[in-house]
Design a protein around this ligand. Structure first.
Ligand SMILES: [Cu+2]
Length: 160
């Protein structure tokens, strides 16, 4: 009788692992996909985290974020001014029903980790809490990794 149980726990374990690898978070209101941050050089005081947010059947508005990895987290947007990349603090990010906001290094929105407690090292993870206008709080695990998409742009412009 032990064998079926062992097989069952093996299946459960495998499904847990594949869920973890996908590292997406789904709620009724939205889906948060692929939270990641780029590794930071030693002594860097700030870092940046990126998530993809897809609103379900109603718009969602991200109003704040926090993490034990840094003293504060701000929503920033980057844009080119002439040939200079400029960063600006924005108070909220609204995502329309059915839309996805994709954050990537090198432009657009990012979550600025201000006052890092330690440099972000490749392979590590840290928790991040996203707070939305309706009061929903979503906790995600941010993976520190070198992004393939947008990597070149990040190298040349992401000089926080
Ligand atoms: Cu920033």
């Amino acid at each position: 009788m032990l064998k079926p149980m062992a097989w069952l726990s093996g299946v459960l374990l495998m499904s847990t692992i594949s869920w973890a690898l996908a590292h997406d978070t789904q709620t009724d209101a939205m889906r948060i996909a692929h939270p990641f941050a780029l590794p930071t050089p030693p002594g860097a005081s700030n870092g940046a985290a990126y998530v993809d947010i897809t609103a379900s059947s109603s718009p969602v508005t991200l109003i704040s974020a926090s993490s034990p990895a840094s003293s504060s987290v701000e929503l920033h947007t980057m844009h080119m001014e002439g040939d200079m990349m400029k960063m600006r603090h924005v108070s909220e990010l609204r995502i329309e029903a059915g839309d996805t906001t994709i954050m990537r290094p090198g432009g657009g929105y990012h979550l600025m980790l201000i006052g890092l407690n330690e440099p972000l090292k490749e392979g590590e993870r840290f928790p991040l809490t996203l707070t939305f206008a309706d009061g929903e709080e979503i906790n995600v695990d941010v993976w520190v990794q070198n992004a393939k998409e947008g990597r070149e742009a990040a190298d040349s412009h992401h000089n926080h």
